[in-house]
Design a protein around this ligand. Structure first.
Ligand SMILES: N[C@@H](CCC(=O)N[C@@H](CS)C(=O)NCC(=O)O)C(=O)O
Length: 118
């Protein structure tokens, strides 16, 4: 069984998945997708028709492609529950989700001029 993360080291959306793979102690392969055009190639379009990174391919018995960084985090959490990283206390869970959603919806768009996603 192999997990493959399609990413770029500079991409903040990819990094949150990369960090989780490391923190979970999982074996995985990294494949860089150069956003100068590789995201539109047929091979990657089959993995993510929305042409962005990160994308995780779980090459198990049934190959499963997961896109959207927050969905990938949830997938990894449920599939690999140890160590526990999704907090169950209502306030802790709310804070975790708030940090995630504020990062994605408020902070990341504010740094778009830095071209972190290219
Ligand atoms: N909501 C998506 C956003 C993914 C995203 O926008 N990724 C950027 C890199 S940080 C990207 O691939 N941009 C290239 C493109 O959209 O063509 C997620 O959280 O995974």
């Amino acid at each position: 069984m192999m997990l493959t993360l399609y990413h770029l080291p500079i991409s903040p959306n990819s990094r949150r998945v990369w960090i989780k793979l490391i923190d979970k102690g999982l074996e995985f392969e990294l494949v860089e997708v150069q956003l100068s055009g590789e995201q539109f190639k047929l091979e990657f379009s089959a993995i993510n028709p929305f042409h962005n990174i990160p994308a995780l391919v779980d090459d198990g018995f049934n190959v499963f492609n997961v896109i959207e960084s927050l969905a990938i985090l949830d997938y990894l959490e449920v599939k690999y529950p140890t160590p526990v990283m999704l907090l169950k206390d209502p306030k802790d869970l709310a804070i975790l989700r708030m940090v995630e959603m504020v990062s994605v919806n408020e902070l990341l768009p504010a740094v778009t001029p830095l071209n972190l996603c290219q």
